[in-house]
Design a protein around this ligand. Structure first.
Ligand code: FAD
Length: 386
């Protein structure tokens, strides 16, 4: 058994650390949080220059063809510097896994080289106003076959980065008579398109990855924009969501590491009763507990990424990693605030941002409760939620 990263992976990490130190300074990250609903264009272009967007795209389509472990190394560094920026660029790249897994050769040829260059942005439109956990029960959006095109009507909520996306990967009912799992299909809906509207939903944290209500009113979609097999979109899409869970866990780990770093530094600088507060055992225990959670989450995430790269199943571990990392970020943000005392609550320090940012990953893309339901179902228990 070998826990070491390769020399190339260490170099990748060092390169990312240098990039984040230079381009994602504390002041700039604060400014982004206060002013942006998406990653600023100049930063996007710099991330483009380092080849980030092509990491997992195969070389034949202009990418670097690297593995999930490599992508996670980059994401760990980026997410610790700014989880909102990582979420913004991660959400817009979700399209690449959908097209890689489900796309026709023509679709791969058309979209993957541009995705690899950072020239295209995608959003994933799954959740509907009726609910996200029971998505199959809530889905109402319908696509009707009108001969040379599809006509789409319905709405989605909380769709990350739909306001900047070139395509919204949209799940819709195509066979209303069939059992829901057998009557859904996936479409690439170009934006802008007549009848398609997005509206930003103001939210607590992760501001550089704005989320949106999306309304489809008689939207015409070209026939060639169906991705995957007609009516089989649900099962096909599920397969692409496991890597998303590893990515979500990495977002949480980024918040946890940033909150730990800030609390660790502050405890050494702040003095009380004649010395730094870092000497108090109760505060050291807070920090030790956060460090333990971070270590647990890190190991699980990289184990998932490794299993993914080996082509081995990791659906149970991905749900576990999502939960463990979300809890690590929660502990780090809440106890980080305790360690900073009043300054933890002040907008002048970053701890309040970590506190606002961590919460999103607790219930999105799936809630911890649902992730636990799935773990037990994967372990052979009867499905507990229907
Ligand atoms: C900021 C943000 C960004 C998002 N980005 C996207 C995106 O890009 N694309 C997209 O498609 N969706 C996105 N979502 C939606 C997200 O996936 C849903 O919010 C999530 O699935 C939860 O759904 P819900 O909010 O409707 O909560 P609900 O489904 O209404 O759940 C409410 C509560 O009930 C619990 N619950 C429900 N069913 C069960 C059960 N069977 N057992 C135990 N507990 C249960 C849940 O755990 C939760 O605590 C985003 C959401 C947010 C807030």
């Amino acid at each position: 058994m070998d826990f070491d990263f390769t020399e190339e992976q260490e170099m990748l990490r060092n390169e990312m650390q240098r990039f984040c130190k230079k381009e994602l300074t504390r002041q700039y990250v604060r400014w982004i949080d206060e002013n942006c609903d998406f990653v600023p264009e100049e930063l996007w272009n710099k991330i483009k220059e380092i080849g980030y967007f092509g990491v997992n795209v195969p070389e034949e389509y202009g990418g670097q063809g690297l593995g999930t472990v490599d992508a996670m190394i980059m994401n760990e560094e980026l997410g610790t510097a700014s989880v909102a920026v990582l979420l913004g660029i991660g959400a817009t790249g979700l399209g690449s896994s959908v097209i890689l897994n489900l796309g026709t050769p023509e679709q791969k040829e058309k979209y993957l080289p541009k995705l690899a260059e950072g020239e295209l942005k995608f959003a994933l439109g799954l959740t509907e106003p009726g609910g996200g956990t029971d998505i199959l029960g809530a889905i109402q959006t319908k696509a009707v076959d009108e001969g040379d095109h599809w006509r789409l009507n319905g709405s989605k909520v909380f769709i990350t980065c739909a306001h900047v996306a070139d395509y919204i990967t949209t799940v819709a009912i195509t066979d209303p008579e069939a059992k829901r799992t057998k009557g859904l299909s996936v479409f690439l809906v170009p934006r802008p398109t007549e009848g398609l509207e997005t509206r930003l939903i103001p939210k607590l944290g992760c501001h550089a990855a704005g989320c949106n209500e999306v309304v489809y009113e008689d939207v015409r979609i070209p026939k060639e924009n169906l991705v995957g097999t007609l009516h089989n979109g649900w099962y096909e899409l599920l397969d692409t969501l496991n890597p998303e869970r590893i990515g979500t866990a990495m977002l949480s780990l980024g918040v946890a590491k940033a909150a730990f770093r800030d609390a660790f530094e502050y405890a050494q600088e702040r003095h009380a009763f004649g010395g730094p507060i870092a000497r108090f055992q109760s505060l050291q225990h807070y920090l030790a507990d956060i460090a333990i959670e971070i270590e647990n989450a890190t190991n699980l995430i990289y184990k998932c990424a490794w299993l993914c790269d080996q082509g081995k199943p990791y659906h149970i571990e991905a749900c576990m990693a999502k939960i463990v990392a979300a809890r690590a970020s929660e502990k780090a943000a809440i106890w980080g605030m305790e360690i900073l005392g009043g300054w933890g609550y002040a907008m002048e320090y970053d701890m309040q941002r970590h506190f606002r940012d961590y919460k999103q990953m607790v219930f999105s893309p799936i809630s911890d409760e649902m992730a636990k339901n799935m773990i037990m179902q994967f372990m052979g228990y009867p499905k507990s939620w229907s």
